[in-house]
Design a protein around this ligand. Sequence first.
Ligand code: FAD
Length: 563
Amino acid sequence: MPDENFYTDCPDLKFIMEQMVDWKSIIDLKAEIGSENSPFESAEEATAAYLDMLADPVGKIAAQRIAPRAEEVDTIGCRLVDGDVVFPEGLQRNLKDLKDAQLMGLTIGTQYGGLNFPETFYTAAIEIVSRADASLMNFFGLQGGIAETIAHFGSDELKERYLPGMAAGDLTGAMALTEPDAGSDLANVQTKAGGIEAVQDASGVWRINGTKRFITNGCGDVILVLARSENPDKYSGGRGLSFFLVEKGDHVTVRRIENKLGIHGSPTCELYFDNAPGYLIGKRGAGLARYTTWLMLAARLAVAAQAQGISEAAIKAAYKYADEREQFGKPIRDFAQVAALLLNMEVYSEASRAMLYATCQIVDLHQGAEKMGLAAEKKKYGRLADALTPMTKYYATELCNKIAYDSIQIHGGNGFMREYPVERLYRDARITNIYEGTSQIQINWSALRILKGELNAFFDEMAAHPFSDPDLLPMVEKARAARATLAEVIAALNEKETEHRDWAAPHLVDIAIDVMVSFLFLQQAEKWDYKKKVARKFIADMGPRVAMNREYAMTVEPMRLGA
Ligand SMILES: Cc1cc2nc3c(=O)[nH]c(=O)nc-3n(C[C@H](O)[C@H](O)[C@H](O)COP(=O)(O)OP(=O)(O)OC[C@H]3O[C@@H](n4cnc5c(N)ncnc54)[C@H](O)[C@@H]3O)c2cc1C
């Protein structure tokens, strides 16, 4: 369609970008207005430019160029031919379109040819691009995290050598963490298990040897590799791991690419490093605790945005089909059960979007506080970002699977057929709650922080907001009651054995998410009447759900059946 636009046709995303995001606070900390690192003269000018760019070029390119190629990219997929990964033509064109529109270096500093834009903007762009083709996010969304890791922790020499090429879209990146025996448990990256060995040779260049698997865009030019650099007898587990930059070249072989369920436009490679020269990023021994964790937090937000984009695509497809398809003499949309599916899809997609962008803002404020040397703010926002990012990734990706599933249901038998896009969306959705840490890993990570009380002040602040609209007050009361239940569950679980806490963790995290989303919806409802209905539905669902999760969390009985 000539005038289709994936930003302007999504009222909820537009509303959040235009009315809920506190751009001024982010810009004041991050954008370096008035310096040579900013093309803008004021926060207002920067905000207007961000919002314009979401519509054009991002929303326009996504709708008019990337989306029409998605089926072809999915059908043809990536192939390994004589050791080289060959991209389908549609993917090559997509990458060229993003590069020509100067969208590949959104968050990279202007001194390297990037735009120095905030994460919140970048995340919205990732959502929009992923709605058009989820597999493309693995270039567009991964690129930023890799470049930012180099920018944050790499030497000046590495920054100057690689960042301009990445900002221009001439170089793409990969992150190589996973090994055959080290997936969720990355502290287990080790040579004797067939992993990677890094040995510093006499010239000071490190040599990387070993195998990494499941590496997205492993054929990329700049590969960040987690490798064991320290003597395991002295530094066991994660303490012995460092982070390296390895350039694509003769010493790095793509041994195979995976034949997989979804995201066919993203090559998943097995890499073999044979004495490959590697450049140390940051400090020895901090590879897992510091740099991988930092990169994964960025990547988790990107995957949450990828899921959000898939959800939006699935909802749009479901509405279109439910309007057009008639049974029993009327559009299927008129049947209560179909209407209820559509309602749930919309409300919960808006729930995960509310959480996603609230988290992005905190990530931006954290990075900005770090940039400005504001120690207290950096600590405060850093802790929040650490707890909220995994919650957001878990929530957005689980919901996206449910939404894609329900979209197929609304399509009936047609939804099962390749002729309709929901079949691809359903397959693409399935990876989002696995990579960058499975949902179980996100739950472990966030439950630990919730139990330590790291979100207490944040939730108290939300609950203390002086809501005055009489329409909202009964809902505010229910949200505050859920906040009180969360406090009760945290206190009770802190008294329990570790095993009980582990079994209760998903229920605890689900209560925390319900509390956060309910207050976010109430804040939204102060600015947009439509959101009063959304909040009413969400909070009505939330009451029994929180009660159920409280009960499970308090009384769960660890139990194992089967052989
Ligand atoms: C398409 C694709 C692309 C990928 N891209 C990359 C990439 O670019 N770079 C990269 O380094 N890796 C990449 N990966 C790897 C991905 O991050 C891992 O597959 C993922 O982290 C899970 O690891 P695993 O597959 O080894 O599963 P495992 O760790 O073996 O997990 C198996 C199951 O056990 C559960 N489990 C494990 N530990 C715990 C625990 N402590 N508590 C509760 N449950 C637990 C998991 O949740 C899961 O359900 C990719 C994977 C795929 C499929």
